[in-house]
Design a protein around this ligand. Structure first.
Ligand code: NI
Length: 261
């Protein structure tokens, strides 16, 4: 059984069949889904989803695209949401200089503020970083504390940068991109990451793996990503499933239901 460590099932592209997608998780070998908020509105709907379904957990936070919405509003609402029972992380938070939908200085300010909120509430962080390798790493290093922990979501940097995050005790999440023929660097990273630092994710509805590239992604496609990583690492698929599930439960503080999990 797999854990999809990063999904957006609250996205409108699931409006017509969300209930069925969630109902079929188990029969598609998906044990749990961590649903990820990206602004205040989706953080609210993420918490609601997690409270409605036993096999969904929530992460709340504001993505760099949307941090401008926090100006004059602050993090009160995110903090209140973060205290709800099934919330297991703060995120996705980070820096995105590719789109730069919010100005860089605002992105940095709220990335740091949300990291500090996570430390205050003793929650892990889910990091989005695009075209912002140096600033992301600098901020993580300068905010380092005994309880700062998290995952680099949809990791797209080099092995060298992966090493830096592993040194800091972070997890690296690999998504559907690893199945793309031309994803040479991501395949290298998948080969390099020690099993104890590896998570898998779909980031659905985005970034569907082969053979569904370009279609709406779903948690059930996580197995294609896991199969590709197993092939690259030359280990059994079961070992990928077992390790990444154990890692996700450890990072997000999810208690194991029974001995057979
Ligand atoms: Ni995402």
């Amino acid at each position: 059984m797999f854990i999809d460590s990063h999904a957006h099932l609250d996205d409108e592209r699931f409006d017509l069949d969300r209930q069925n997608v969630i109902k079929d998780l188990k029969s598609n070998q998906v044990d749990l889904v961590i649903n990820i908020g990206a602004d205040i509105e989706s953080s609210i709907s993420t918490v609601k989803l997690a409270e409605d379904y036993e096999n969904i957990y929530a992460s709340v936070g504001v993505h760099p695209h949307s941090v401008s919405e926090l100006i004059g509003v602050g993090l009160n609402e995110i903090e209140n949401l973060a205290k709800r029972k099934k919330v297991v992380a703060i995120g996705e938070i980070g820096l995105d200089y590719y789109y730069e939908n919010s100005p860089k200085d605002i992105q940095k300010e709220y990335f740091i503020e949300q990291i500090r909120l996570a430390k205050k509430l003793d929650l892990p962080i889910v990091i989005h970083s695009r075209e912002a390798v140096k600033d992301t790493l600098d901020i993580i290093k300068s905010e380092k504390s005994s309880n700062l922990r998290g995952v680099m979501h949809c990791f797209s940097s080099s092995v060298e940068i992966a090493k830096e995050y592993i040194k800091l005790g972070f997890y690296i999440a690999i998504g559907g991109v690893v199945t793309f023929k031309n994803a040479r660097v991501t395949k290298e990273v998948a080969q390099f990451i020690p099993l104890e630092n590896l998570l898998i994710e779909t980031d659905c509805p985005y970034l569907a793996p082969e053979p569904f590239r370009g279609k709406r992604n779903e948690p059930k496609y996580i197995k294609y990503t896991a199969e590709e990583i197993a092939k690259i690492k030359e280990i059994d698929l079961e070992e990928i499933a077992y390790s990444t599930s154990a890692n996700a439960k450890k990072l997000f503080g999810i208690a194991t239901g029974d001995a057979n999990d």
